[in-house]
Structure formats: structure tokens, C-alpha cells
Ligand binder design. Structure first.
Ligand SMILES: [Zn+2]
Length: 284
């Protein structure tokens, strides 16, 4: 086992657990992953009115995004209600960081085969079934340039839109609320993607304004999302929920971006989130 990944794995568990045990922070289990792990959303602020949504960890090797979501959860002191979901893909992240031992016995052979017979899972992106959760949502599903039609470590779209329990449970959970803005964290490239080609003109216009403003605060670039289909932000834009995809960390970094980079990556995050949330509250 890679020593750095081992450290990150322990810190991830410890930090996540500390939030679960924190009585001042509410948490909800919104379902189970394919391998039966709890899907957890944390909440801070008021429940009345529109809610914000901050998510990370949909791509396993981009688990630095889970740490950033947990840092935001720790620092968050605004009155506006906000849900924080650090681990959209707990099975994939367990596999990436903890290796094959995290996989139930009956699936081990299959997972190694899907990883081209390697037991190095540090570059794994998919969930525990070899489906890439961020191309599995019902938003022009299956029409992406890099989409794959067979299970593997990345880009497999699944058998049908929203075939994966992790996504299905998420959609059910967030559909109960009116979402003012969704920020979905990935790595890497210091870029904010906005707009979805299938979205309404109004939502594309709004997300463009928000992306520009947020990117300026972060010192990132804002880029219109082209050829992106089946992603969480694509799906939300289709449902008229403003949603931005944030790619954390400089492009020079290599996957997986480890926790030693967290301080640097997190630097402007909270103040930028605060600014954009204030802006959204006054925009509507
Ligand atoms: Zn990603």
C-alpha cells in the first residue's frame, strides 16, 4: 500500500467521523451505496427557504474535493441553509485509498479485471460497480465524446440513466428542497465549468454570471461546459437549478491530488463561497 494514500485514508475517515459525532452539525443518511455504505449529507444554517448544496468525491481519485467540502462545512457560518455531501461515491473512494481489501470478497475478481488486472487503484474514478457516476445522470445521457459502454475505472455511463444507487438516492434526497446554487467539486485544473447545452437560456445566462464571479474570487478560469453530458451539474441545470463544477488544484498536480496540497488548494475557497452565496441571495 502506498504510504501517502494510507495516511490520506486514515485522515479522511477520522475527519468524516468527527463531523458525524459533532452534535452541533445535523446529518442525514439519504441511502446506501452499492456496497452498503451510508450516504451522508451534513447540514448547517436554516431549513426555511432555498438551500445551497456543496458536493464532492464523485470521482474516486479526486478525493481532495471531499476534504475541501469538509473544510467548508467546518468553516461555514452563514445563516443560509446549506447541505454538504463530501462523499458522493464512498465505495470508489474507499477503493482508491484503501485498495482491494475494501471490496466485498465476491466482487474482488471483477474489480481487478475492470482495473486491467492491476491492484493499484489510485487512479480509479468510478463507483464500486465500474460506473462513472458523473456521466450517469439523466442529462443527454450517453452522448458524450468520452463515454464508454463497458464497465471500467472511468467513463462508463451505466446501463441506463441514473442506474446507480448513489445517484438515485442523491436525486431523491435533493428533490425535496429548492436549491439556490449547487457547487460540485472535482480536481483538477483551477477551472469553473458553467452552462449545459441542453439547459434553458435563462439558466445558462445565470450560471455564466455566477461562474465568472466565483472564478474571479478564486483566481480560476470560468469556461463554458461543452460536450459535458450525464454530469450532476448538467442534470441540475436541466432541472433549472444553477450548478457550477469546480476543478480544484493546479493542472501541474498529478492524480490523485493528496492531502498535502489541501492548505494551498483551500486558501481562498471559503471567502469565495461566502461571496457567491451572498450574491445569489441578492440576485433572485
Ligand atoms: Zn471529476
Amino acid at each position: 500500500m502506498n504510504a501517502c494514500l494510507d495516511d490520506d485514508y486514515k485522515i479522511l475517515h477520522k475527519t468524516f467521523k468527527s463531523f458525524i459525532n459533532d452534535e452541533k452539525i445535523e446529518h442525514f443518511c439519504y441511502g446506501k451505496s452499492f456496497f452498503g455504505r451510508d450516504l451522508i449529507a451534513f447540514h448547517k444554517g436554516e431549513f426555511l427557504g432555498k438551500q445551497f448544496l456543496i458536493t464532492g468525491g464523485i470521482h474516486a481519485r479526486e478525493y481532495i474535493s471531499s476534504f475541501v467540502v469538509m473544510e467548508l462545512l467546518k468553516d461555514y457560518d452563514l445563516p443560509y441553509g446549506c447541505f454538504f455531501i463530501p462523499l458522493l461515491n464512498p465505495d470508489g473512494i474507499e477503493l482508491c485509498l484503501g485498495g482491494i481489501e475494501t471490496i466485498p470478497f465476491e466482487y474482488k475478481d471483477m474489480i481487478i479485471r475492470l482495473n486491467n488486472y492491476s491492484i493499484d487503484f489510485s487512479k480509479w474514478k468510478a463507483n464500486g460497480r465500474g460506473v462513472d457516476l458523473n456521466v450517469n445522470f439523466d442529462a443527454n445521457w450517453g452522448n458524450g465524446k468520452y463515454n464508454k459502454l463497458l464497465p471500467g475505472s472511468e467513463n462508463f455511463i451505466g446501463e441506463e440513466p441514473c442506474s446507480e444507487v448513489e445517484n438515485l438516492n442523491l436525486i431523491k434526497f435533493i428533490s425535496r428542497y429548492e436549491i439556490a446554487l449547487s457547487l460540485t467539486y472535482h480536481s483538477k485544473g483551477q477551472v469553473i465549468y458553467h452552462g449545459f447545452e441542453g439547459g434553458s437560456k435563462k439558466i445558462r445566462h445565470k450560471t455564466k454570471i455566477l461562474a465568472k464571479k466565483f472564478a474571479k474570487n478564486l483566481g480560476y478560469k470560468s469556461i463554458i461546459s461543452k460536450n459535458s453530458v450525464g454530469g450532476l451539474s448538467d442534470y441540475l441545470c436541466l432541472k433549472n437549478v444553477p450548478s457550477l463544477t469546480v476543478e480544484l488544484g493546479h493542472d501541474n498536480l498529478s492524480h490523485p491530488v493528496g492531502i498535502t496540497n489541501l492548505e494551498n488548494i483551500y486558501k481562498n475557497q471559503y471567502v469565495s463561497v461566502k461571496n457567491i452565496f451572498d450574491f445569489v441571495r441578492n440576485y433572485d
